[in-house]
Design a protein around this ligand. Structure first.
Ligand code: 2P0
Length: 320
């Protein structure tokens, strides 16, 4: 038997950046994301007679990425009292040009393929919880459109829900890949270090209010409010990193140049906002009518940058 699931990546507009429990991947804050149409992972599970195998883009993986997948599968097998050796084949449709992390789509697709393979009766809330155990941001990739991951208080209460799966908002994202070097500090490592910032607690204290405002912006179809809040929240996350003890940053010189360009474009009347994850690349939020002009400005400022235009993507789907 073969089961294949597809999950799209998401970009957090209110960021998850701190764990309350590393094993269970329980977050210290709630987060809100937009699922993206252009980037997704297809994951197929079949039975194996020669131990577990993990193929990524047709290449068998043997290192830590394979171990992470096998450990995760074992955890789910123990939880659901099922057994068997498995071959997992994942294909990432996340263009290298995007500079977007694929762990959100990877673990959402893996959780869904696992449940389909074993014919487990799980609803999307449960699926979100299971995806979270693989990678925190994966909990949000179960849904299309806008999703909220409520932090909860324990394993059973920390999952994402759909805020609006068919948004009418005119919201587009330009993923600007400025730098292709692998990041020096993993998200897990960065989150751990960030906790030492004197501003970490105040930031955490703001989470519920920031989330409330962002949910209101989504409900009111208010692009300006959404963009302003997303940019502020991302800047707060990176300020926490800079002020950690010791401080660090994912920014490169081109990241700052891109931030300045967003500010210039906005001053010139092209409304756009940035958000930045655990890496140097910048994602620009804008409306459809300005996509072309903003893209052209980035192309002329960054000769080697690759730019991918995305909008809202769907939730989990099954391909067989
Ligand atoms: C997010 N990021 O909310 C935040 C914003 C990066 C910056 O979730 O350790 O791969 O697997 O739970 O989900 C990236 O971290 O972390 C991330 P783990 P994950 O999207």
């Amino acid at each position: 038997m073969t089961k294949t699931a597809r999950a799209h990546t998401n970009i957090a507009l209110i960021k998850y950046w701190g764990k309350a429990d590393e094993q269970l991947r329980l977050p210290l804050m709630s987060s809100l994301s937009m699922t993206l149409d252009e980037f997704y992972t297809d994951t197929q599970i079949t039975a194996s007679h020669s131990g577990n195998h993990f193929f990524l883009n047709d290449i068998e993986q043997t290192g830590s990425s394979a171990q992470r997948v096998f450990t995760y599968l074992k955890k789910l097998q123990v939880q659901f009292k099922v057994t068997g050796e498995l071959t997992v084949k994942s294909t990432n449709h996340v263009p290298t040009a995007a500079g977007l992390a694929s762990s959100s789509s990877a673990f959402a697709a893996l959780a869904a393929a696992f449940c389909a393979y074993y014919k487990l009766q799980v609803d999307r809330r449960e699926l979100s919880r299971l995806a979270r155990l693989g990678s925190g941001s994966a909990s949000r990739s179960i849904y299309g459109g806008f999703a909220v991951w409520q932090k909860g208080t324990d394993d059973l209460t920390s999952y994402a829900y759909a805020l609006n799966e068919k948004p009418q908002m005119d919201l587009h994202l330009l993923a600007i890949e400025l730098n292709q070097c692998p990041k020096k500090l993993s998200s897990t490592g960065g989150m751990k270090q960030a906790k030492s910032s004197p501003f970490f607690k105040p930031w955490l204290a703001r989470n519920q209010e920031e989330l409330r405002q962002m949910i209101a912006a989504v409900k009111n179809n208010d692009f300006t409010c959404l963009g302003q809040l997303a940019e502020l929240n991302a800047s707060e996350m990176h300020a926490i990193n800079l002020t950690a003890q010791p401080g660090f940053t994912y920014f490169e010189p081109d990241t700052i140049k891109a931030i300045k360009l967003v500010n210039q474009l906005r001053t010139a009347g092209l409304e756009c906002y940035y958000t930045i994850d655990a890496g140097p690349n910048v994602k620009v939020l804008c409306q459809l009518r300005n996509v072309k002009e903003i893209t052209n400005s980035f192309v002329s400022e960054f000769k080697n940058a690759k730019i991918v235009h995305a909008s809202f993507g769907p939730g989990i789907s099954y391909l067989d």
